[in-house]
Structures are given as structure tokens and as C-alpha cells.
Design a binder for this molecule. Structure first.
Ligand SMILES: [Mg+2]
Length: 249
């Protein structure tokens, strides 16, 4: 099981630092991880994700795939670690560049810089923020690129390694580690955002499927959908119950 965090296990909140997970969802994810191999795949840094989720049973993929940490304590796999200093520099530079825009906030997610504009009210300011981020990156950090998420501009390493690549890598690692028969694995990925689409595509190539969390019909590579994080929680609980019933038969 692969799970995104924001918007999938928690509702999207105004202040990203307050995206806490409910105790019921934490229990559901804990039970899930005891039943199936479970990984969190998020845009946030692994440290932040671990701080929110507080479950050691999980594998964590942070920074949109840039930081892969298995739960067995082995060294993390960081495909683009050479970008760390330039990301740190870009964080400081962007903080300064958007300081004047009311409501804007800049978050260092280690392998990517998130410039949030959920709390920016004026359309004019949103456009300004977009232009400043784009210009700063193009002119000063040509090795980085800008992508768009929900009310956030994300500045990431130019080299491609996204949530899809990370899921593929992790699937391979886990299959080898546990000597799984790959024809008997059904990988499932649940996510709510554009960046999750890369993972949905990989999953259908790998014989699994994606579930997009969305209220309304969306163009997506996922085969299924759930409406909101509370439906996700219910789905996870059902999956665990189903598995336990199978074991009793
Ligand atoms: Mg999300």
C-alpha cells in the first residue's frame, strides 16, 4: 500500500504545519501496516511526515520521491542528494523574494522548496508570487524547476525522479527483500494531487491500481476514486478486515 499524506489521510488545511492526522486514521494506518507492507509517499520531508504520522512501522518516501527511507534502518536512498545545497540556497532566496506578499509562506522540504499561497487573498498577489518564483528559479537556479500543486508552487531538482520513480524503486526493493512472488503482489496507491499521477501510471504498469481522492470527476490515470480522507480511512479499515477474514477461512 502506498499512501499520500496531505489531502489523502488528512483534509487540506489552511496552515500546512497544522495538517494533523486524526487518532482514528492513525489507528487505521497502523493496523494496515501490520497487515500489508505500507509506505507513505509525500511532498513533505521524511522528518516532517514522520513527525505528523508517528508510526515506525511504515516506509517513508519524502520530498516527492527524493528521499526513500525503509523501516529497517538501512541508509536512505536519495537519488538527487547533490541538489541539497542549492535547495537550501533557493529557500533563503525565495523567502526574501516573497516577503512582501501577504499570506505567502516558504517551506524547506529538504529536496524541494514549497511556496504556499493558500492564504494569499488578492489575485494580483497570486500572479505576482507566480512570476517571482518563476523568475527567481529561471534566472538564479537553472538546475531547479517549478511545478504546481494545490495552492503551492514547488521548486524541485531538474533531474527527473518523481513519486512514480520512487514507487517503482520501492516496489523492487521490497520484492527483493521479502522474496515476494511479483505476480502475486497487488500494489495500490492512494493520492489526491497532480504529483500522484506519476505514481498512478507506474502502478498500472506494475499490475496494480491507483485511487484518486477527489470530490468530482477528474482526468486521472487512477482507476478508482474515493471522495475524501474519511472515505480513505474507511477503505483502509475494510481492507484490513477483509484480510483478517481471509486468514480465518
Ligand atoms: Mg496530497
Amino acid at each position: 500500500m502506498f499512501l499520500d499524506y496531505d489531502g489523502t489521510l488528512t483534509p487540506i488545511v489552511k496552515k500546512p504545519e497544522r495538517a494533523f492526522m486524526s487518532e482514528q486514521t492513525r489507528n487505521a494506518v497502523r493496523e494496515l501496516a501490520m497487515t500489508f507492507s505500507t509506505s507513505i509517499v509525500t511532498g513533505r520531508s521524511c522528518d516532517k511526515a514522520k513527525g505528523f504520522i508517528q508510526l515506525d512501522e511504515l516506509h517513508y518516501v519524502g520530498s516527492h520521491g527524493q528521499d526513500i527511507q525503509l523501516n529497517d534502518g538501512t541508509d536512505p536512498f536519495q537519488p538527487n542528494s547533490e541538489y541539497l545545497p542549492v535547495i537550501a540556497e533557493a529557500t533563503e532566496r525565495l523567502k526574501e523574494a516573497v516577503r512582501e506578499i501577504k499570506g505567502a509562506s516558504v517551506e524547506n522540504n529538504k529536496f524541494c522548496v514549497s511556496v504556499h499561497y493558500r492564504e494569499v487573498r488578492r489575485e494580483k498577489d497570486k500572479d505576482l508570487l507566480k512570476n517571482i518564483v518563476m523568475r527567481t528559479v529561471t534566472e538564479e537556479f537553472p538546475d531547479l524547476k517549478v511545478t504546481n500543486g494545490k495552492k503551492v508552487r514547488e521548486v524541485r531538482p531538474g533531474a527527473k525522479f518523481d513519486k512514480g520513480d520512487a514507487v517503482k524503486y520501492l516496489l523492487q526493493q521490497l520484492t527483493n527483500k521479502h522474496s515476494w512472488d511479483s505476480s502475486r503482489i497487488l500494489p495500490i496507491y492512494i493520492g489526491d494531487d497532480k504529483t500522484d499521477e506519476d505514481a498512478f501510471k507506474v502502478l498500472s504498469e506494475e499490475g496494480g491500481f491507483g485511487i484518486r481522492v477527489c470530490k468530482w470527476r477528474k482526468r486521472t490515470a487512477a482507476e478508482y476514486s474515493l471522495k475524501n480522507p474519511s472515505e480513505v480511512k474507511e477503505f483502509l479499515e475494510k481492507l484490513v478486515r477483509w484480510r483478517r477474514e481471509q486468514d480465518q477461512v
